[in-house]
Design a protein around this ligand. Sequence first.
Ligand SMILES: [Mn+2]
Length: 312
Amino acid sequence: MSLENPLQPFLSGVTSFLGLPLAPEPSPAAGVVLGAPFDGGVIHRPGARMGPWALRNASLGMGRLPMPMRLQGREEGARGWSAVDWVDGGNIPTRPFSAEEALGAVAQWVSAWAALGARTLLLGGDHLVTLGALRALARVHGPLGLLHFDAHPDAAEGDPWGTAFHHGTWVRRALEEGVLDGKRCVQIGLRAPRFDSDELAFLLDAGFRLWTPWDIRDPHLAAQLKGDIARVGQGAAYLSLDLDVLDPSCCPAVAEPVVGGLSVSELIPLLYMAHQWASPWVGADLMELAPTLEGGETSARVGAQLALHLLS
Ligand SMILES: [Mn+2]
């Protein structure tokens, strides 16, 4: 079975994500990939606004059919959903100068595609943009479960920066706005040095389950981790992947790299746990790739391949 014509990008000269058909206007589809080229929510190291282009380029020549995880000993385990029926919807026109306007554009575009039955995969862009997608999808599905991979909890107040909306506040805002079901929210990979202890207390009070990289490596906690991830999918769920969950040794080109992160080999099986959910996630994203920073090409390649594991 051949899923695509690998010559398509050569013939057209245009690089869509994974070679998916381009569909710049919302149309009925199983799913849509949407770039969100905004990084006005980044505090220190900008560049994520260029992420969507880098991720598309990094997917050039990449097959769309994942290798089975095992070729020895037993049948391949349950897999999720494939991207064969998806389209690349281009970029959401998030103009670079207003976070409020960018969030509105993201919510509007995600709503338009969701109304036509499409699941959405956002290519960031900084992590603030996720809030726009959550707002749009919660209007359709009600409060969402969240499987969130990140070095940071992203639940700060924001006051010191004079805004409630930046890439470190979107989880708190989403909870306050009622678009998340805190009892079905899990964060994995937390390890960044903190400014205060209120952030974790706030999340625990809301019902979040929190996991550091050292927690997920503890074999005594394996069943609990599996149960936590399964609970996220007991209703409509969103999967958000900040590339800074990975160790900077394999993915350095992110706004806020933090040592001690997950390896790709640790992350992929966790992504596959989401494929066990009774219903697929309604929305997902891949955020914070800043390809203008050192290691940009390598990091983009890592991000593009992880997107395939989100989809397949
Ligand atoms: Mn983040």
